[in-house]
Design a protein around this ligand. Structure first.
Ligand SMILES: [Fe+2]
Length: 582
């Protein structure tokens, strides 16, 4: 059976699943070059057909994620929740209405249902429009199913985890009226045990704090996770007045949402509140809530293996905390854990095959470009390039000498992380890299760059890997670093002694593995710095043209693109620091 999966919400996209196996998956943002783009993902649908070599008549069914949302035809970049609030946009008015309704929720218990009933015709209109577009524009006559948002997250986690029996938990800001759901899965079946409403959303509180700290809500939460280690958790008691875990449930104790919650939180926090302390507080409090919530369900189900997805689990520290819970054997975080993974999740929900699959091998499900495509793009750019006998060892030599190398190779990654095919690489011994390279890339990050480490050498670098190795292949979890790592690779170790590695298996990405293995031969170091290949606030590069433009705009030293090596005519001026031998 062949299923086309679609998601038209934030970071929309499409995927094709063939008998439970993901064949192609891509998000619209990469193709239209608009960060976290939302709207009907026409380009993604075309791309997954092209990538899979399949046509509309091959499709047996279509699975669309999320049932309770509106139709958005035009694809737009996502600029954060509250950014358009000042100009009286429709979104601003919706927030104001929901904020007001939220505070009357307890006084009028039927309010939420009434609000839902009022919007029902809009949800029905979306279903009609999606079906009509698929038929008229894509010639797809197969049946279309709409899949509950959290069920799609749960399916993405379970059916890629390789686990048979598992506790499956989803957690995000909100989707289809929920912010979390809990399933017990076994034998390829998901049985729902519990759910938490969007009103009682831990993820939303994390976003409110992101906004209060001066960043974009529903966009920059990762910055808060990094910032947390730089502060003290002085405001946990205040946060407990708003969101807490009581009687085995996550509860919106403050009884406020959206703008109302932001206003109330601001009033309760001291005027001289430092953002790093607030970040530290929401991080610690969220970890504690998530840990208690998961512990409760571990105890209730007797499960020892966990599969998770949803935007909250983009939080690499929360994931570490869960993995370290007593009694947990393993935690698998779906690589596309945010809403960008919903197309894959919706497709897997209806097409997961009949036999248990091993844990997902890799996430290189996106577009790939031939040597000819790359050569043509380089020619058009006017850049002079050399074709290398072996691009991997050339890259490793440059890294060892202290150059920054942008790498473009093979199929683009699915999910939010660059895992070696669309990555900027650097040697890990230079502690100052986090200042000068971030500044050059115009990024505000509070967490150091992440390391890509040879899978077979992981124990030399990280502690307590057991049960987290599969997640670590996709950079979705932090680990405590060993003394060896802190001493030899200080550029990737956070102030709290953790790192969020990508463990690279040879069979998973032979070319990238070879770059690191060659680098190790030269330096004795089994890790390189790996950060996403993109320019400020743009999505990760997809095509050779994107790569060349980002390379030049960011003044990176070298571009290793397919078999070609390009030296930047105007490279970044930075002190050349060769890697220090371990
Ligand atoms: Fe979600």
């Amino acid at each position: 059976m062949i299923t086309l999966g679609i998601t038209d919400g934030i970071t929309g996209g499409a995927a094709i699943v063939h008998d439970g196996r993901i064949v192609a998956a891509v998000n619209e943002e990469r193709l239209v070059r608009k960060k976290m783009a939302y709207g009907f993902p026409r380009c993604s649908i075309q791309a997954v057909f092209r990538l899979s070599g399949l046509g509309p008549s091959d499709i047996d069914n279509v699975a669309v994620a999320t049932t309770r949302t509106y139709f958005q035809n035009e694809v737009r970049p996502w600029d954060g929740w509250f950014e358009a609030r000042q100009n009286g946009s429709l979104r601003a008015r919706a927030f104001a209405a929901a904020s007001t309704l939220g505070s009357y929720r307890d006084m009028f218990p039927g309010l939420e249902d009434m609000y839902y009933q009022l919007r029902r015709p809009l949800f029905a209109a979306r279903r009609r429009k999606v079906r009509a577009i698929l038929e008229a524009d894509f010639n797809i006559s197969a049946g279309v199913k709409f899949i509950d948002h959290h069920h799609a997250h749960a399916a993405s986690a379970y059916f890629t985890s390789g686990l048979d029996r598992a506790l499956v938990i989803t957690m995000d800001g909100g989707g289809d009226g929920l912010s979390s759901s809990v399933y017990e899965a076994a034998g390829g079946k998901l049985r729902k045990l519990a759910q938490t409403s969007s009103y009682n959303s831990l993820g939303n509180y994390y976003s409110y704090v992101t906004h209060i700290c001066g960043f974009k809500a529903q966009k920059h939460e990762g910055k808060i996770t990094g910032l947390a280690a730089h502060g003290e958790p002085r405001h946990v008691e205040v946060l407990k007045e708003f969101i807490d875990y009581r009687d085995n449930e996550i509860i919106n104790v403050g009884k406020v949402v959206f703008l109302g919650a932001i206003e109330a939180l601001r009033k309760r926090l001291p005027v001289d509140c430092r953002i790093q302390d607030l970040a530290s507080s929401i991080q610690l409090h969220s970890e504690a809530i998530a840990a208690r919530y998961v512990s409760h369900w571990l105890e209730k189900t007797g499960c020892r293996n966990i599969a998770i997805a949803g935007g909250v689990f983009a939080n690499v520290r929360i994931n570490q905390r869960i993995r370290e819970l007593p009694g947990v054997e393993s935690v698998f975080v779906h690589p596309g854990m945010d809403d960008g993974g919903l197309a894959v999740g919706a497709a897997l929900a209806v097409n997961h095959g009949t036999a248990l699959r091993p844990c997902i091998e890799n996430v290189y499900f996106g577009p790939e470009y031939s040597r000819v495509d790359i050569a043509r793009a380089l020619e058009t750019s006017g850049l002079s390039a050399t074709e290398e006998m072996e691009i991997e060892s050339s890259t490793a030599k440059l890294l060892a000498k202290g150059y920054v190398v942008a790498r473009f190779n093979g199929r683009m990654e699915y999910g939010p992380r660059a895992l070696g095919n669309r990555s900027i690489l650097y040697q890990p011994t230079d502690r100052s890299v986090n200042d000068w390279l971030n500044k050059n890339l115009k990024r505000t990050e509070f967490m150091p760059f992440a390391p890509s480490t040879l899978y077979e050498s992981a124990a030399q670098c990280y502690r307590n890997l057991s049960g987290g190795q599969d997640s670590a292949r996709f950079m979705t979890m932090t680990f405590d670093c060993t003394e060896w790592m802190a001493r030899h690779c200080p550029g990737v170790v956070h102030i709290d002694g953790t790192a969020r590695p990508q463990l690279v298996k040879e069979e998973q990405n032979p070319s990238f593995h070879r770059v690191i293995a060659e680098f190790e031969k030269l330096t004795g170091l089994n890790s390189v710095i790996n950060t996403s290949f993109n320019v400020h606030e743009e999505p990760i590069v997809c095509s050779p043209q994107d790569a060349i433009r980002a390379f030049l705009e960011s003044n990176l030293d070298y571009l290793a693109i397919g078999p070609f090596l390009v030296r930047n005519p105007k490279p970044l001026s930075h002190p050349l620091k060769p890697a220090l031998r371990a």
